[in-house]
Design a protein around this ligand. Structure first.
Ligand code: FAD
Length: 481
């Protein structure tokens, strides 16, 4: 395995890396360039100059995604490029390695990185920050892996948006009523924050888009939410969650609460309560779990696979003994909630950003030999968008907003939290643009298979005709359209 012990990281030099050299300054390796990774790396760089520490961020993506805006990307209300902060611009004075951390050996202080292409290689570090976030928590449900799509990253949100609009296009020229029904049935699994915002935004967009089709009517659309618990939006108080439920029901969204998905082979949905229907769109938003790379490492984790940390964001074992030189925060860590003793901070961006700031401050303080402080944050509240000009918000446990005011609170809060001034400005300008010229709901046809036409053109004429005339009878999974 190639190893990299150079002071400045250069993957191209890995395979010829000579014997380890002593580093002039400590190297901080940050795993994950998401919310925690980006904000903590920037904070450390603000506190420590290049002469004090080298910082390396490792992520398979070249950008950080602001996930609270993904539902609006799926609704076409925000340009996907505006909800991501490119690492090369946002991480000034910080090295970026594009690749997946595939092995963490904290005992040896080495990380194995697997780039998108090429052989895995190793880098060493003095301080480790783990901000690997979470992955979709799926279940071995027949058909799920083949038919469904997650809703965790910008690629998935764009695919959902394009798929929904594409199904409207295709259904508008389909005369088989059963096929049409299947195309226009959109199923979401999981009624937490991400799921409710996603279905509400997607329905709102489809409702607006359908007006452009003479052969389609809003009543042709069927949006279905399947949720295992007896209520939606557990992050909100019961009356506010009930308000959201009623609003969405009034718009015709069908709710199956206390219900589980049993099967969805070839898009045929079967629920635990015996409901059956066909749906070409199945979006899985039923929860997340800590990134599994952590569970496979020698770092301590709890029963849920989360990194165990102290309120200082230092990694510690179950007895509270600090694991030297390791730090963690965000969705992948069990961060004690000092405002609610005995509980852990919920996995959301509000905490992840503030934990990252505290982690950055403490890591810099440790390197400078200063005292560490503890993370304590009282939740500002919860805001959820339920479509264009609709929302629900609860702030400081006292102030409750519904409808348009809640939507304004949502946009203002998240617009302000979006990293970099450039992105904030682009988002606000995009909203202004839409306000003046209305939302664009055009489908970009076969964007997810741009080579299809070229492949067909390359086939001998007879084969191409045979291929084109083969009727499509099976449900197309999301992302294939
Ligand atoms: C659809 C959706 C809506 C949401 N809405 C809200 C909301 O309204 N309000 C709110 O407060 N929170 C919301 N959240 C939650 C919030 O976005 C997360 O809690 C927050 O982003 C967690 O930050 P993180 O840094 O732990 O993880 P992330 O921001 O997810 O960052 C993890 C990073 O690790 C990278 N990574 C993954 N595997 C590897 C690997 N092997 N090696 C290297 N890098 C890796 C990823 O590419 C990613 O960049 C939402 C989340 C989703 C998915």
């Amino acid at each position: 395995m190639p190893q990299n012990d150079l002071t400045s990281v250069s993957p191209a030099q890995n395979s010829t890396s000579p014997a380890p050299r002593a580093r002039k300054v400590p190297r901080i390796v940050v795993l994950g360039g998401g919310t925690v990774g980006l904000y903590s790396a920037r904070r450390v760089r603000k506190r420590l100059g290049r002469q004090d520490a080298a910082i390396v961020v490792v992520d398979p993506r070249p950008y950080m995604t602001y996930a609270p805006f993904l539902p609006e990307v799926a609704a076409g209300s925000i340009d996907p490029r505006n909800v991501v902060a490119p690492h090369r611009k946002a991480l000034k004075g910080i090295d970026v390695l594009q690749g997946k951390a595939t092995k963490i050996d904290h005992g040896a202080k080495r990380i194995e990185i697997t780039p998108q292409e090429g052989e895995p290689y190793e880098i060493s570090y003095d301080q480790l920050v783990v901000g690997l976030g979470s992955v979709s928590r799926t279940l071995p449900i027949p058909g799920l892996a083949e038919q469904a799509i997650g809703f965790k990253n910008v690629e998935e949100a764009v695919a959902v948006r394009n798929h929904v609009v594409n199904r409207l296009d295709v259904a508008s020229s389909t005369w088989d009523p059963e096929l049409r029904k299947r195309m226009l049935t959109f199923t979401f699994i999981g009624g937490g924050f991400a799921g409710i915002e996603a279905i509400a935004e997607a329905e709102d967009m489809a409702r607006s888009a359908v007006k452009q089709y003479d052969s389609l009517d809003v009543s042709d659309l069927r949006f279905v939410m399947i949720e295992g618990a007896g209520r939606i939006l557990p992050e909100l108080s019961e009356p506010m969650a009930l308000y959201a439920l009623e609003q969405l029901k009034q718009r015709g969204i069908e709710f199956h609460l206390s219900t589980f998905l049993s099967s969805c082979v070839d898009g045929h949905v079967v629920t635990s309560t015996g409901v059956e229907f066909d749906s070409e769109t199945i979006v899985w938003t039923a929860g997340v779990k800590a990134n599994p790379v952590i569970g496979e490492s020698d770092l301590p984790t709890d029963k849920m696979g989360r990194l165990t940390v102290l309120p200082t964001l230092q990694v510690a074992d179950e007895d509270g003994n600090v694991v030297p030189d390791a730090w963690g925060a965000g969705d992948c860590a069990a961060v004690p909630d000092l405002v609610n003793p005995g509980k852990f901070c919920p996995p959301n961006a509000q905490h992840a950003i503030r934990e990252a700031w505290k982690l950055g401050d403490n890591l810099a303080a440790q390197i400078k030999g200063e005292a560490l402080s503890e993370y304590k944050h009282k939740s500002v509240g919860t805001v959820a968008s339920l479509g264009l000009y609709k929302g629900v918000a609860e702030l400081f446990g006292t102030f409750k907003f519904k409808g348009f005011p809640a939507w304004v609170v949502h946009r203002t809060y998240h617009g302000g939290a979006m990293p970099t001034f450039n992105r904030k400005l682009r988002i606000f300008m995009g909203w202004f643009d839409q306000f003046v010229m209305s939302r664009e709901t055009v489908s970009l046809g076969s964007i997810h298979d741009p080579r299809a036409e070229f492949r067909a053109a390359s086939l001998p004429p007879k084969q191409a005709v045979a291929k084109e005339s083969t009727p499509e009878t099976k449900a197309e999974p999301v992302g294939k359209s």
